[in-house]
Design a binder for this molecule. Structure first.
Ligand SMILES: [Zn+2]
Ligand SMILES: [Zn+2]
Length: 540
């Protein structure tokens, strides 16, 4: 045997109670579970006092975007993730129409900002998969085709419906991606250019995904004022295109709407009763990280970032933007009166300019006081100075009662909605959301051990076999003979997240071992310098 893990408690991912057994690994797979005294292992891991469970399957990740510059995936591996589902929220690194490359790169800055010497030497989805396979990866990856990237490649950043010709181009891109193993299609219907797409456009593309037995994942148009309407749109797409749908990072934004998780869940359950396979995923933080787009009306973003910056620089247009921010406007489903969010709860992040970088970690109220500026103008000036590349964290946007209600539902799997970053190298420069490092340890430490919202077995099921089942991944997510050996060994008495808003680059504690495809990548809390992850291709 390559590895034998002894003396631990096994939680197999089904939700069943733990049991004591040894586990043997050979050739990347789990060979045996039981009393294995007679077996000899090249390596023996003593898991006394620890839990052995399947590696976490992060069903909503953006770690694919950072993989080309950081294949070690430090913040991902350190929290026990062994498989990521990437390409979410409409963001993808393929297909790239090189005539639209600059628009695409600006669009992607919400999740990754490449250095100037970074080369994009691929075009199609297939070429991109070949590229990441060549670079390698620490955890396994399954990729969705991002609608936003594809739409820009087909028709730029225009606020209009596609022509027949442009729709045909998008359909070709979709066919091509599904042929080479994309899991399905993701949309970001809140972000431009996804927000410019009508429901019909998505249905047409999903019909192709459906022919390949693929999936539709959506960052829906609104998690606040128009949440129910947005979920109904997802249901409609699933029904019309005959495919399973995923409501990404289910949330209720904004205090006036808190307390409605039961109504949201029953809407989803009714759709399931009628035969639609619809699921959700979530992370456990009351804050979100998103583009500054959420603060501004969608028309400001039409045509791409260069035009956006021109609008922000024009005094008359600024007045109009401000007016719409105060009163809302047509086509802006996620509009909130700003006092619902609260300026003091909005922290600009991913700052690069000399002017604003020193104010990393401060909120807009503090920044406007420092520069003695009107609050709205502070946002516009910062966006101009950062060349449209800043993001933001909004704290206290979700209520704890809703988070707990969603957590307890059978329909929600856990996810990070994070990219991979590290406390070293170029990615140490960004200030990420703490969830990039701490999601699973926070669930296990805070919501299982401290608050006792879930049992350990249920929390692990929602991090392993449940997300695996949601994407048809039946040889991972469970500890059983024949499964791939993706395994985490952690200490249930100490496991907890350490990352904070002020100091996000901190590894969690209590995650001792991580094994990917039978290879140890984290040993006694220390990284091993190998990249055993694989691209997992969806098959029809
Ligand atoms: Zn999203
Ligand atoms: Zn996302």
């Amino acid at each position: 045997m390559d590895i034998i893990i002894k003396n631990g408690r096994i939680i197999d991912g089904t939700g069943n109670p733990w049991f004591k057994a040894d586990l043997a690994i050979e050739g990347g797979k789990i060979i045996d579970i039981g009393v294995l005294d007679s077996l000899k292992g090249e390596k023996v891991v003593n898991a006394k006092g620890l839990v052995i469970c399947p590696g976490f399957i992060d069903i909503h990740s953006h770690a694919d975007s950072t993989n080309l510059v950081h294949p070690q995936q430090e913040s991902t591996i350190r929290q026990g993730i062994t498989t990521i589902i990437g390409g979410n929220c409409g963001y993808g690194l393929a297909p790239i129409n090189h005539d639209k490359k600059d628009l695409i790169l600006k669009y992607l800055t919400n999740i990754i900002r490449f250095s100037d010497d970074f080369k994009i030497d691929w075009s199609s989805f297939g070429e991109y998969l070949a590229k990441i396979e060549k670079v390698g990866m620490a955890s396994n990856m399954i990729l969705l085709l991002g609608h936003g990237t594809m739409r820009i490649s087909a028709m730029g950043f225009d606020d209009r419906e596609p022509t027949d010709e442009e729709l045909a181009i998008m359909k070709n891109y979709t066919t091509e991606a599904m042929e080479v193993g994309a899991l399905g299609l993701s949309t970001g219907l809140f972000y431009p250019p996804g927000i410019f797409a009508k429901t019909e456009e998505i249905i047409e593309l999903c019909k192709i995904v459906s022919e390949y037995n693929g999936y539709y994942f959506s960052h829906i148009r609104s998690y606040g004022p128009k949440l129910m309407k947005s979920i109904r749109e997802t249901i409609k797409i699933g029904r019309k295109a005959y495919l399973p749908v995923q409501v990404s990072h289910i949330s209720i934004f904004g205090k006036p709407f808190w307390g409605t998780a039961d109504a949201v869940l029953s809407l989803i359950e009714r759709a399931r009763d009628k035969g639609l396979e619809i699921n959700c995923d979530m992370h456990p933080y009351d804050s979100v990280m998103t583009g500054l787009e959420m603060l501004l009306p969608p028309w400001v973003f039409e045509g791409g970032i260069i035009k956006t910056l021109e609008r922000l620089k024009d005094p008359e247009t600024r007045e109009k933007i401000k007016y719409d921010q105060l009163h809302g406007c047509e086509g802006w489903d996620e509009w909130f009166p700003i006092e619902v969010i609260g300026w003091e709860n909005i922290l600009p992040v991913m700052l690069h300019s000399e002017k604003y970088k020193p104010h990393k970690g401060r909120n807009f109220k503090e920044i406007s006081e420092i520069f003695k500026m009107d609050l709205f103008d502070t946002v516009y000036d910062l966006m101009i100075e950062e060349e449209g590349e800043a993001s933001m964290i909004i704290t206290h946007l979700r209520g704890e009662e809703d988070i707990i209600n969603f957590m307890k539902s059978n329909l929600t799997a856990f996810e990070t909605d994070g990219s991979s970053v590290a406390p070293y190298g170029e990615l140490a420069e960004v200030n990420p959301h703490p969830r990039f490092y701490g999601t699973y340890p926070k669930i296990l430490g805070e919501f299982v051990r401290e608050k006792q919202v879930l049992t350990l077995e249920t929390a692990i099921r929602k991090s392993t076999s449940l997300p695996a089942q949601m994407v048809g991944l039946l040889d991972r997510g469970l500890l059983k003979p024949g499964s791939w050996a993706d395994i985490v060994i952690f200490d249930p008495k100490t496991v907890i997240d350490k990352a904070t808003y002020a100091n996000p680059h901190q590894y969690p504690i209590g995650i001792n071992y991580v094994i990917v495809n039978g290879k140890i990548v984290l040993e006694n809390g220390e990284r091993v310098d190998i990249l055993p992850g694989k691209v997992l291709r969806h098959e029809k």
